[in-house]
Design a protein around this ligand. Structure first.
Ligand SMILES: Cc1cc2nc3c(=O)[nH]c(=O)nc-3n(C[C@H](O)[C@H](O)[C@H](O)COP(=O)(O)OP(=O)(O)OC[C@H]3O[C@@H](n4cnc5c(N)ncnc54)[C@H](O)[C@@H]3O)c2cc1C
Length: 616
């Protein structure tokens, strides 16, 4: 009988990171997936990153995961989003080649010494008491010390287009049956969610004279520190729906699985289907559509903004009312998929189950939506499962450490019944959790897990250089005339005396690179290699006050996080608790007062009662 340290089920974005992390931490690992050729497939949009999701990708890079590198290699267009706003919410995004992404993902798993990839379906988990010890796969028993389940949208998946229903987790792929039942027996609370995807159309059926060009950045930047250079090799196109489009779509509502009640699971609120948008925002005559080429090697275009499960003929007629798509030919119709997920309050911060020892779950199965959310959970689950097997400390990221920490904390404590997507607005320490400083936040905390391959040293060096630069700038004064020259060039009011560089940089339009350009004080920092160091030092100086306030808040936050609630604490014994708080606390079983205070419905008064009781 085969025996591994760790079995990972699923070759999606969660499973890839989990298996790679576990194997690189020297655990013998089996990745079991239904089809090895679909490892790393981009089920929906051919794109990585985006608002807050880009932060997750940068954090994966800092910890040593693989998604950022694959995204760079398969990238067709790169764009930093939100640059007209503050640096906290700048987020990198790429359009990717849907054939190259899985190809590089599959290559990244080859030749990892401890990793074996097995093709087939896991039908059952083997559990004894509270311990998971293996799986039945293709009728065969395989044993393990820890198991990571990354089943995505496949558990009891059903796909819908109009009244058509097909059993499956993704187009042309079957569903996973049996796994949910294995876990229901152990008291797991399972729900249903849905997600959808738009039609894909043929590129040569678009009238390009009627659509606008959407370009990438002039100087595109990669996600990964391992990539030296990326370039834009294609553009996207923008267009809009009209009243006529909406009228046609409405005709299909009577056959829509969402409106007829066929689908009961909730879909992502922030990424609604076109029928949902029309229904919810009836005052709007138009919605934006972005046409995103899916590959350099094909003729397929993703119709972003037009996710739908309406009948095929309605999809086609409606698309043909959109400028540029009058003669469109459809390659694949849009569809929705409904699947099982496990309410994530049943998890610990390590992503290990509270119910069964050494069972970890990661990705869409935990109620999230999105490749980046899945990959970052996979990475954390992989590290923690391997850490447990090896008996070394596990990795828990807090809300003040990373967006990954924010996401896991939200999942565990809020355990919503609609798909979870990360947003910058969810992070209370946004200014500290920037995409540009992910490495500085996470490298030292995680380097000992050994997921990096050596190229991280140059980032560590550049962090050191930046600190030296910031230190050296503290007392540098610029003569009045030079200051006023610089201020005049950006329409800032002049001054009467010389100024410290750190004071000058507090003005919104004055940057270190401008000072470098106009004076000789930063001559030793000339050259594009120093650009990012200067940019980051600039943010540190400009936002010094806010950053100091955040750091003080984090100290307070940590105090509460470190007030531990003992496992098995008897909430019934604390009779003064409100019944709502008691019910929530018993369900979620928070590990600390900080965690308890973030559970919706647990009142501040009840938190005070708990603190007093624990002091006793
Ligand atoms: C139709 C559709 C539309 C989507 N729309 C969006 C969107 O608009 N926005 C967005 O952010 N995200 C969207 N997604 C979600 C996105 O694809 C996922 O968030 C992401 O792929 C989740 O990654 P994962 O690793 O959790 O699971 P998946 O990528 O789903 O991978 C699951 C893996 O598990 C394997 N597997 C499952 N069960 C078994 C088993 N029993 N035995 C062996 N292998 C098994 C499968 O073969 C697969 O490899 C959509 C997905 C689909 C299918």
């Amino acid at each position: 009988m085969k025996q591994y340290d760790i079995i990972v089920i699923g070759g999606g974005h969660a499973g890839i990171e989990a298996a790679r992390a576990s194997a690189r931490m020297l655990c013998s690992t089996a990745l079991i997936t239904m089809s090895t050729s679909t490892i790393g497939v981009l089920s929906c949009n051919p794109s990585i990153g985006g608002s807050a999701k880009g932060h997750l990708v940068k954090e994966i890079d800092a910890i040593g995961g693989i998604m950022p590198l694959i995204a760079d290699r398969s990238g067709l267009q790169f764009k930093m989003l939100n640059t007209s706003k503050g640096p906290a919410i700048w987020s990198p995004r790429s359009q990717n080649d849907k054939f190259l992404y899985p190809m590089y993902a599959q290559q990244s798993l080859q030749n990892i010494g401890n990793l074996e990839i097995l093709e087939g379906t896991v039908e059952k988990l083997l559990i004894s008491g509270r311990e998971v010890y293996g799986v039945i796969y293709n009728g065969e028993e395989i044993r393990c010390k820890a198991l990571i389940l990354c089943g995505g949208t496949f558990l009891n998946g059903i796909m819908y287009t109009g009244k058509e229903q097909t059993v499956g987790g993704r187009i042309n792929e079957k569903a996973a049956r049996g796994l949910s039942d294995s876990l229901l027996e152990y008291g797991f609370e399972i729900g249903r969610l849905k997600t959808g995807t738009p039609p894909r159309i043929y590129a040569d059926s678009i009238d390009y004279a009627k659509v606008r060009i959407e370009s990438g950045d002039e100087s595109p930047t990669p996600f990964s520190h391992r990539t030296t250079h990326v370039k834009n090799t294609m553009v996207c196109y923008g267009t809009n729906t009209s009243k006529q489009t909406h009228a046609i779509l409405e005709q299909g509502f009577i056959d829509s699985p969402m409106f007829t009640g066929l689908i009961t699971g909730r879909g992502p609120r922030y990424c609604p289907s076109i029928e949902d948008k029309i229904y919810r925002f009836q005052e709007r005559d138009s919605h934006q559509i972005i046409l995103e080429p899916e590959s350099l090697f094909g003729n397929s275009v993703y119709v972003n903004g037009f996710s739908t499960s309406l009948p095929k003929e309605i999809q086609e007629q409606a698309l043909r009312t959109i400028p540029g798509l009058e003669h469109v030919r459809i390659e694949k119709y849009g569809y929705a998929v409904e699947y099982d997920f496990f309410y994530p309050y049943q998890l610990m911060y390590t992503l290990e189950s509270k119910r069964l020892n050494r069972l970890y779950t990661a990705g869409q199965i935990n109620g999230t939506s999105g490749y980046e959310e899945a990959a970052s959970q996979g990475l954390i689950a992989g590290i923690n499962a391997a850490a447990k097997v090896k008996g070394i400390p596990e990795l828990i990221l807090e809300r003040s450490d990373a967006y990954i920490g924010v996401m896991i904390d939200d999942l565990v404590n809020k355990s919503s019944d609609e798909p979870y997507r990360i947003f910058t607005s969810l992070a209370e320490y946004r200014l500290l959790l920037r995409q540009d400083n992910a490495f500085e936040r996470l490298y030292e905390k995680t380097a000992h897990y050994g997921l990096h391959g050596g190229s991280e040293r140059k980032v560590v060096k550049s962090i050191q250089l930046r600190k030296e630069l910031e230190e050296s700038l503290q007392q540098v004064r610029i003569p009045k005339d030079s200051v006023n020259d610089i201020y005049a060039s950006v329409q800032e009011t002049p001054v009467k005396e010389s100024e410290l560089i750190t004071t000058m940089c507090k003005r919104p339009s004055v940057t270190l690179s401008l000072i470098r350009e106009k004076t000789s004080v930063l001559d030793s920092w000339k050259g594009t290699a120093f650009d990012s160091i200067l940019r980051q030092a600039d943010i540190d100086i400009k936002y010094e006050g806010y950053i100091a306030r955040h750091l003080a808040d984090i100290e307070k936050f940590k105090e509460l996080e470190h007030k531990v609630i003992p496992t098995g604490y008897d909430y019934d014994g604390l009779t003064s608790l409100s019944s709502e708080s008691r019910e929530k606390l018993k369900k979620i079983k928070p590990q600390s007062i900080g965690q308890a205070s973030r559970i919706p419905g647990v009142s501040p008064t009840d938190i005070s009662l708990l603190v007093i009781d624990l002091k006793r």
